[in-house]
Design a protein around this ligand. Structure first.
Ligand code: SF4
Ligand code: SF4
Length: 374
């Protein structure tokens, strides 16, 4: 067992947990959670870990990533301890702990620091874009103030640090999960079978669908297309689709003038899913449709906002290119679209976005070591 840290409870509240020390261990939250099972007892067990300050146990656990933040446990908690928010706070804490630069800690704990960092990144990325078009008159003017090499090299360093941080974070998590899981769970499934189950989960959100299925749940009578699992699915696949379309565009050279080019069709469909998903997610957070959306942190708002803007500006550009409308506004929108998209890529290592790589890894460990025991 790791060292007990009495300050841990107050630390985890900085990541968005409510007063979870109000928990009196009744077990309602675990009973009501549609995703917990015999082998992965959460969220109650993790509330105990938090109160005892067992940081290492938390960082070594895959369970915190198995929760999809449906909020059902928070709805039923008789002590308003917010177990759902607490699990989300643990994930933020884990992202900040795995990432090596300390930037994530700063971003999650301090809104002013997050805003300043985002603005700094936008300005820098805007300047960096001009290094890709050094003959443009604005570029030439800019380079008389800040030399080309300085802007270009700082941009490259930032991209490099982001890449290294993601790989470092993943390796750290892998080592921590291996330490805990492998020693506790000797029985294991086949590697490829587990990988297939992870892919299946990402493609279908099968587990997420079973979240929040109580008879009196708000979502029970709602169509699948507006349920949180589908909103999550739309955002995730919308973003991945756009990323693939952009890479294909880049590789096959300037197909953007033809909207019927395969990569453009993929981009259009993916963009529609991204806008659909982010619009619904923003609406749910704004209206606080259920307890799961009660408390939205600035970093989460910004993340959704950036995704939404990237989708909308992408469509604007597609339409204006299709109609060959070459206005100054389009150049400004292109700049905004590119900066936001690059900002999303760079924030990948240092924000909630990182769950996109950590959750699949945790799922892999779950399918490989735990699932068959149920
Ligand atoms: S339902 Fe609330 S009080 Fe009961 S164990 Fe869960 S967090 Fe604690
Ligand atoms: S938020 Fe939902 S998935 Fe997460 S622990 Fe609570 S009930 Fe389970």
């Amino acid at each position: 067992m790791s060292k007990i840290d009495p300050e841990f409870a107050s630390e985890i509240k900085k990541y968005g947990a409510r007063d979870f020390s109000a928990c009196f261990n009744c077990g309602n939250c675990t009973a009501v959670c549609g995703l917990t099972d015999k082998s992965v007892n959460y969220p109650r067990m993790f509330l105990r870990y938090g109160m005892l300050g067992l940081q290492e146990e938390i960082l070594q656990s895959k369970e915190i990533w198995l929760c999809y933040s449906c909020g059902e446990c928070s709805e039923t908690c008789p002590r308003q301890a917010g177990p759902g928010d607490y699990m989300a706070a643990l994930r933020r804490y884990a992202i900040a702990s795995y990432e090596p630069t300390g930037l994530t800690k700063l971003i999650f704990k301090s809104n002013p620091a997050f805003i300043l960092f985002t603005i700094f990144l936008s300005v820098l990325l805007g300047f960096f874009l001009f290094t890709l078009k050094p003959d443009h008159e604005v570029s030439r003017w800019l380079f008389t103030i800040i030399p080309y090499a300085v802007i270009h090299n700082i941009g490259l360093i930032i991209f490099g640090v982001t890449g290294i941080s993601v790989i470092w974070g993943l390796l750290t998590m892998f080592l921590k999960l291996s330490k805990d899981t492998v020693k506790k769970d000797k029985s294991k499934s086949n590697f490829w079978k587990s990988l297939k189950e992870v892919m299946n989960e990402l493609a279908t959100m099968k587990r997420y669908k079973t979240c929040d299925k109580e008879e009196d749940s708000y979502w029970q009578s709602k169509p699948a297309a507006v349920q949180p699992w589908f909103v999550h699915w739309s955002i995730m696949w919308g973003f991945i689709g756009l990323l693939v379309a952009t890479v294909l565009d880049f590789m096959v050279k300037d197909p953007a003038t033809d909207i019927w080019w395969p990569s453009r069709i993929l981009g259009t469909i993916a963009g529609l899913f991204l806008i659909y998903g982010t619009t619904l997610a923003v609406t749910y957070h704004m209206t606080r449709v259920t307890k799961a959306y009660d408390k939205t942190r600035l970093a989460d708002w910004m993340f959704l906002f950036f995704l939404w803007i990237a989708g909308i500006t992408g469509f604007w550009l597609e339409i204006s290119v299709a109609f060959q409308a070459d206005y100054l506004t389009n150049h400004i929108i292109f700049l905004i679209h590119t900066i936001i998209s690059m900002e999303l890529v760079l924030l990948f290592a240092f924000s909630k976005f990182a769950h996109a790589v950590y959750r699949p890894l945790a799922l892999f460990f779950y399918f490989k070591y735990n699932k068959d025991k149920n």
